[in-house]
Design a protein around this ligand. Structure first.
Ligand SMILES: NC(=O)c1ccc[n+]([C@@H]2O[C@H](COP(=O)([O-])OP(=O)(O)OC[C@H]3O[C@@H](n4cnc5c(N)ncnc54)[C@H](O)[C@@H]3O)[C@@H](O)[C@H]2O)c1
Length: 358
C-alpha cells in the first residue's frame, strides 16, 4: 500500500485509449465518483493519454517506467480500449494492453456474463437466473505471448508459426482462482474447458492439473467440456454454468459469446487481476471505430468494470450500488440504442451518476 492509499482512498490510473474507449471512460468516471462519494470513499484519478493519437504524435506506447510506476503509485488501472484504423497492426494495443497484462502479471481475466433483464438475451424463453456465468480466462500465456515468426514472408512458400505456451504454474493459478471464487460465493459448478483431444500436449497439462485440483474442492461439482462443445452448450442451456475456466484464446471467445447472451458487448465488464496487486479493469469491448465519437457507445460495460475495481478494493457496497444502478437504468429503458433505448453515451452516464447520488 502506498502512502496515498487507505481503505477509504485509492489512486486510480485512467487510460481512455482510443475510439469508443474515449467515449465510455468519462462516463465510467462520473459513475465511480458518484458511487464512491455515496460510500464516503475517495478516488484520486490520474489520466494517461496513451493510445493511437499519442503514438502518431511521438511514437509513445507504454513508457519504460510505466509498470514500476503503477506498482508503486496506484491501486488500480481503468482502461477504455485500444485500436485505431490509422495504426495498422495496433502496436499501441499490443504494447499497452497486452504489455500491462503480462508485465503486471495480471493472470486472471474475470468476465461476468450476467443477464440483468430477460428482454436483453437473444435466447428464447430464458430468465435472468439462467444466465449468471463468470468466465475465467487465463491472461498471461497461451497463444497470446507473441512467440513465433515468419519464414519466407510474402512468398508462396511462406511459413508462419504461433506458439501456444502453457505452464504448470500458469494453469494452476487460474484454476485455483476460479475454484476459490466459486467456493467464496457458494457457487456449485466449475467447468474447465480445453481442446485436449487435439492439442495433446498443452491441454493435456490442463487436464492433469484440473484432475488434481478438483479433488481439493469436493463440494463443487466440477466438469470438463471441450471448447467446441462448451460454446454450443452455452447457447443451448446457459443455466448449467456458474463458473467457466479456460485458456487465453478460448476465454476471449467464450466471454464474447457470454456477453452477447447477456445483452451485448457494450454491457460487459472485465477485470485483469493479480490478487493483492495493482490490477486493471476495462469493458470487454474494443475501440469500435465505426461508432466512436458519436455519443452512441454504451458506457455500462465500462461502469460495471469500475464496479469490479471497487470489489477488488473491498468496496463491495459501492460495487453493488453501481450494479444496482445499471439494473435500474435497464429496467427503466434508460439505455443506448444497442440495448433498445434512445439515450446517448453521456446521458446514460448522467442517469447512472444521478441515480447513485440520490
Ligand atoms: N480491449 C481492447 O482494447 C480491445 C478489445 C477488442 C478489440 N480491440 C480493438 O478494437 C478495434 C475494433 O475491434 P472489433 O470491431 O473487433 O471489436 P469492438 O468490440 O470494438 O466492436 C465489436 C462490435 O461491438 C460494437 N460495440 C463495441 N463496443 C460497444 C459499445 N460500448 N456500445 C455499443 N456497441 C459496441 C461495435 O460497434 C461492433 O459492432 C480493433 O482495433 C481491435 O483490435 C481492442
Amino acid at each position: 500500500m502506498t502512502e496515498a492509499t487507505s481503505s477509504r482512498r485509492k489512486r486510480v490510473a485512467v487510460i481512455p485509449g482510443d475510439g469508443a474507449g474515449k467515449d465510455v471512460i468519462p462516463e465510467a468516471v462520473k459513475v465511480l465518483q458518484a458511487a464512491a462519494a455515496r460510500g464516503g470513499r475517495e478516488v484520486a484519478l490520474t489520466e494517461f493519454d496513451w493510445g493511437a493519437d499519442r503514438y502518431l504524435r511521438d511514437s509513445t506506447t507504454l513508457p519504460a517506467d510505466a509498470v514500476e510506476m503503477f506498482r508503486r503509485d496506484y491501486d488500480a488501472i481503468l482502461l477504455g480500449a485500444l485500436g485505431d484504423p490509422r495504426v495498422p497492426g495496433n502496436q499501441p494495443g499490443a504494447d499497452i494492453l497486452l504489455g500491462l497484462r503480462f508485465k503486471l502479471d495480471l493472470y486472471a481475466n474475470v468476465r461476468p456474463c450476467v443477464l440483468f433483464d430477460r428482454r436483453l438475451t437473444p435466447l428464447k424463453d430464458r430468465a435472468e437466473k439462467d444466465i449468471q456465468i463468470t468466465v475465467f480466462r487465463e491472461n498471461t500465456e497461451g497463444a497470446y505471448v507473441g512467440m513465433g515468426g515468419f519464414f519466407k514472408k510474402g512468398t508462396a512458400d511462406e511459413i508462419a508459426t504461433q506458439e501456444d505456451i502453457n505452464t504448470r504454474k500458469g494453469v494452476e493459478r487460474i484454476l485455483r482462482y476460479a475454484f476459490e471464487f466459486a467456493r467464496e460465493r457458494g457457487l456449485k459448478r466449475v467447468c474447465m474447458s480445453d481442446k485436449a483431444n487435439a492439442l495433446a500436449f498443452g491441454h493435456d497439462l490442463w487436464q492433469r492439473v484440473f484432475a488434481e485440483m478438483r479433488r481439493e474442492y469436493p463440494e463443487i461439482a466440477s466438469s470438463h467440456m471441450y471448447i467446441d462443445n462448451l460454446l454450443m452448450q452455452m447457447v443451448r442451456d446457459p443455466a448449467q454454468f456458474d463458473v467457466i475456466v479456460t485458456c487465453n484464446l478460448f476465454g476471449d471467445i467464450a466471454s464474447d459469446l457470454g456477453a452477447q447472451l447477456a445483452g451485448g458487448i457494450g454491457l460487459a465488464p472485465s477485470g485483469n487481476i493479480h490478487p493483492g496487486q495493482v490490477s486493471m479493469f476495462e469493458p470487454v469491448h474494443g475501440s469500435a471505430p465505426t461508432i466512436a465519437g458519436k455519443n452512441i457507445a454504451n458506457p455500462m460495460g465500462a461502469a460495471l468494470a469500475a464496479g469490479m475495481m471497487f470489489s477488488h478494493f473491498g468496496w463491495d457496497t459501492e460495487a453493488e450500488a453501481i450494479e444496482a444502478a445499471v439494473r435500474a437504468a435497464i429496467l427503466a429503458g434508460k439505455t443506448t440504442a444497442d440495448l433498445g433505448g434512445t439515450l446517448g453515451t453521456r446521458e446514460v452516464g448522467d442517469w447512472l451518476a444521478n441515480h447513485l447520488s440520490r
